[in-house]
Design a protein around this ligand. Sequence first.
Ligand SMILES: Cc1ncc(COP(=O)(O)O)c(C=O)c1O
Length: 435
Amino acid sequence: MLTRRAFLQTSGTLGTAAAAALASGGLARVAAAAQAAGSRSAADLARDESFWREVQQAFTLDRTIINLNNGGCSPSPRVVHEAYKRYLDISNQSPVYHMWQVLEPNIEAVRRRLALHAGCDPEELAITRNTSESLQIAQLGLDLAPGDEIVTTNQDYGRMLNTWEQRVRRDKVVLRKVSFPVPPPSLDDLTARIEQAITPRTRVIHFCHITNLTGQIFPVRAIADVARARGIVTIVDGAHAFAHFPFALRDLGCDVYGTSLHKWLSAPIGTGFLYVRREMIPRIWPLTPATPDRDDNIRKFEEIGTHPAAGHNAIAEALVFHETIGVERKAARLRYLRERWSAPMRELPGVRMLTSDDPEMACGLGNVSIEGTDPGKLTAHLWERYRILATPIKHEEYQGVRVTPHVYTTLQDLDIFVGAMKEAIGAGIGKTATA
Ligand SMILES: Cc1ncc(COP(=O)(O)O)c(C=O)c1O
């Protein structure tokens, strides 16, 4: 049998490439493919399966399952997962030394790298465990008086709405939830709906950069401008936005932004960040108190007690993987994947896309509604019969199946999904009695 070393020695240039690929868990192959792509446009490259094949191979997956719920949580590429495990091993040698003294200080390097990608100053970025923690820091940390109002939408994330509801019960603030059609007629329509809900008592506007329910992108800058002109604080839920499509926080103009990095960045599970505009930092109390000398220091939001350093340090590896692909290319590919499954779905009777086709309004996350059909029963069928994971969405105003492929998803995965949906719809799976 050929040993690994003998194979590499005998296979010439292929051996060199293979050695690099083995050493870096596939990152080198993605880098080589990106270099070969040169100046080709993102839209052009989105359709080049040979490029995306290299990206797909950089993940260690269970390919017997078609995972179309990466919006929930994404697997990490091999190179990220290996860094994560390596840091865990190092920590376990002697945590008080190896974790606290060797690994933990390097969170500053992660902060700088993340800030570069997010388009903000590192002094405005705290590393957290997820979006929930990031947003709750602001939601629970702002001083609000009884009668103060918060404007949000009825399509914001359940946990974030629950957090405000607790302040309603505890602090007697008032929560105003705006409704909007899916998809809405325009971005201006969304801004207008929020603006109309503002009263002289409005203190906070809280909304998603892109919703988890239908993938609707919000005009953050326009809403932030409306708010800033009235002295209202903006909190943006970016759980699904960062590393999904390109933007820079400094262009958005919001006061607070929270995201999870275990979704579209494919960083280790339990990683996220909180951005707070510099002038706002002293106005927000941390959830886990810090000393007064840290009142205007973004690090006050990281005083969470003992926690593993492995996760937040491996974010750096996830950023390298992400930048090797390039965020423009990634967004174009994710849009292409959505088109791939949604175009044939649209042809079916009773099927309606709840996600806009306008690239300003949506990216890789899509939701399809099947008239008179329970999405929970439909997705249960997809799982039981086809081992396809998709997400049933049941909102008070609509229902549908949410589909979130990722960069490792193959076209064949999506074609199988479309075939499975056709079969299920044809067989009347999940038909409600009234339909
Ligand atoms: C819009 C939105 N906000 C917040 C969250 C919470 O994210 P996490 O569970 O990573 O804190 C999610 C999770 O899916 C989400 O979709």
